[in-house]
Design a binder for this molecule. Structure first.
Ligand code: SF4
Length: 244
């Protein structure tokens, strides 16, 4: 961590950082408009997509999802009936097929065992308990658990991904070595004053527009000069070619 980064927590009070992140969100919504995520037709497709997208581009995930859909397997019934070996073949385009097929089968077994095979029943669980249970499953880290909670179950879970981490650290809202939970807490703080009824919708849009700015501008090599978030970039930071 650079000495500049070490000074961040002292120089960027949490409230200021949350307000700046809220302004970042408003700018991105104004730029990109409503995203209406997640790009899936059913909650179960969200769940399967959340597993498949780990370490993989979404285009590859789409091929796997269409493979499953064309065989009538993109349902709890379909995924329950199929063997793990057969599932591997269908999700091959997404990579890591052995690990991902085992994880998806484990999720279906969990859903059958604990919630009568019903995503609706899982959605009725308290968000805290549902998150703990998801995190206990193989192949589920915080990002996958929160994506399932938010986009498949409609619960207020803030998703932290690599794009959000880049934005908050490059804008010096948090130090580079911040944990998932610290980035999540900061992002939740940006919506703290909002009515509970609208929070889930904001979390939904927030992750979606962060992905947009990440894909369009804030990749490994940032393209700050054309980015809608240039207004918030600390002046002292390099604006071209700076590493993550
Ligand atoms: S590309 Fe530059 S201005 Fe845009 S979000 Fe990344 S660091 Fe900020």
């Amino acid at each position: 961590m650079s000495s500049r980064q070490r000074k961040l927590s002292a120089s960027t009070p949490a409230g200021d950082a949350a307000s700046r992140l809220r302004a970042i969100y408003e700018r991105l919504v104004g730029t990109y408009g409503p995203q209406q995520w997640w790009p899936a037709k059913t909650p179960l497709e969200v769940v399967v997509g959340a597993y498949l997208t780990q370490n993989t581009a979404w285009t590859a995930v789409e091929k796997s999802l269409r493979n499953l859909e064309s065989q009538g397997l993109l349902s709890v019934v379909g995924l329950r009936a199929i063997s793990e070996e057969e599932l591997r073949v269908h999700i091959r385009p997404s990579g890591y097929m052995i690990r991902k097929a085992a994880a998806i089968k484990a999720f279906i077994a969990f859903l059958d065992r604990e919630y009568e095979g019903s995503l609706e029943k899982l959605a009725e669980e308290s968000p805290h308990i549902a998150r703990e249970r998801l995190l206990a499953l193989p192949g589920v880290g915080p990002e996958t658990a929160d994506a399932i909670l938010l986009y498949a179950l409609g619960q207020p879970a803030m998703v932290v991904d690599e794009y959000l981490r880049r934005v908050v650290t490059r804008h010096e809202l948090l130090p580079i070595a911040s944990k998932y939970s610290e980035v999540q807490r900061l992002a939740e703080g940006a919506f703290e004053g909002d009515p509970a009824a609208t929070r889930t919708q904001h979390y939904n849009e927030f992750h979606a527009v962060i992905v947009q700015v990440g894909k369009n501008h804030c990749g490994r090599v940032p393209k700050c000069e054309t980015c809608p978030l240039l207004f918030d970039l600390p002046a002292a930071l390099p604006r071209k070619g700076s590493a993550a």
